[in-house]
Write a protein that binds this ligand. Structure first.
Ligand code: 5GP
Length: 114
């Protein structure tokens, strides 16, 4: 299967503004930010979307969620707060078939989301 865009970012074949990396996850600034801070946090394992994660993915999914506040803190969002978004499928607006968690902050967020 051909590599996804985000696998190419992990492999440094496509440049990205990386803000956090460890052995399991990578975080980089979204190319089209929807808030003053907009970072994508992805597992290095190419899980297509959250609905396709398997029971064996528990550790990496747990790690991903645990690292979201770490990345948010690094981006200066600890005091003001942040929103985590995972789009799954067409109606949610999923565009890249590699699981990613949006970390958004730096402005008040509306609810419900559009
Ligand atoms: P989705 O709509 O699938 O939840 O989110 C995909 C996100 O990837 C979008 O917010 C989009 O702006 C971002 N994106 C698409 N292509 C690139 C790219 O080449 N580099 C970076 N950094 N972000 C990208």
């Amino acid at each position: 299967m051909s590599q996804t865009l985000f696998e190419k970012i992990i492999a440094r074949q496509i440049p990205a503004d990386i803000v956090y990396e460890d052995e399991q996850v990578l975080a980089f600034k979204d190319i089209k930010p929807q808030a003053p801070v907009h970072v994508l946090l992805i597992p290095k394992k190419p899980i297509v979307r959250i609905a396709e994660a398997k029971s064996g993915d528990e550790a990496v999914l747990g790690h991903l969620l645990l690292k979201a506040p770490t990345v948010a803190k690094k981006m200066g969002l600890s005091e003001t707060g942040f929103r985590l978004v995972i789009n799954n499928g067409r109606d949610a607006g999923e565009a890249v078939p590699h699981l990613h968690c949006h970390i958004l902050g730096g402005r008040p967020m509306g609810w419900p989301p559009g």
